[in-house]
Design a protein around this ligand. Structure first.
Ligand SMILES: C[S@@+](CC[C@H](N)C(=O)[O-])C[C@H]1O[C@@H](n2cnc3c(N)ncnc32)[C@H](O)[C@@H]1O
Length: 178
């Protein structure tokens, strides 16, 4: 792995996926969006599948789902967890880099949830741009439906003391001289 691929956001440890799986706002929104986007019999590609949960939602309606995950630990876990869930035989987990992967045939829906740290760390924009270019070159057809289709970013400044019982794990506010 390169240094960049190991930085948080590029590399998302397994335990962090547990938090994502328990994020009811995220899960509900994606589940509803997938139910609306994936028509019966559709072919679906997921880029950055993680534990495979969004591919699983899609597989309830799709005829085939390709789930691409580049982290070997995660792709192994996705295969293991999906095998516990009935109906997931339609999902093929592929350990690959989304920058390079294309499905063997055109797809109707592309799911890509790489929104970590306000699109700064994960390479969603670059990956989607690369996908669009390669997909049109390979298949010469219109692009699939994207889930999500757009992202709205917001930042909320916060002030945190980092005072842990008098033990400062960060400089005190205002102590920034060298
Ligand atoms: C924010 S997580 C979302 C995981 C899952 N889709 C979910 O919603 O729970 C993004 C995933 O994309 C994977 N990823 C990041 N860059 C990738 C790339 N270039 N190719 C394939 N997977 C990638 C990460 O390893 C991570 O598992």
């Amino acid at each position: 792995m390169t240094e960049d691929s190991q930085s948080l956001g590029q590399f998302i440890p397994l335990h962090y996926h547990y938090n994502m799986l328990n994020d009811s706002n995220k899960m509900t929104a994606f589940k509803i969006a997938i139910e609306r986007a994936v028509q019966p019999g559709a072919r679906v590609l997921e880029l950055g599948g993680g534990t495979g949960v969004l591919s699983f939602f899609a597989s309830r309606y799709a005829s085939k789902v390709w789930c691409v995950e580049k982290n070997p630990e995660l792709s192994r876990e996705a295969k293991r967890i999906l095998a516990l869930n009935p109906g997931s035989e339609k999902i093929e987990v592929i350990e690959a880099d989304a920058y390079e992967y294309l499905p063997p045939e055109p797809v109707d829906v592309l799911i890509c949830e790489m929104l970590h740290v306000g699109l700064l760390r994960e390479k969603r924009i670059q990956i989607i741009s690369s996908f669009k270019k390669r997909y049109i070159e390979r298949f010469n057809t219109s692009l699939p439906l994207f889930v999500p289709e757009a992202a709205i970013l917001a930042a909320q400044p916060v002030q945190q003391s980092f005072d842990c019982f008098g033990y400062y794990v960060c400089r005190k506010w205002g102590q920034f001289s060298t």
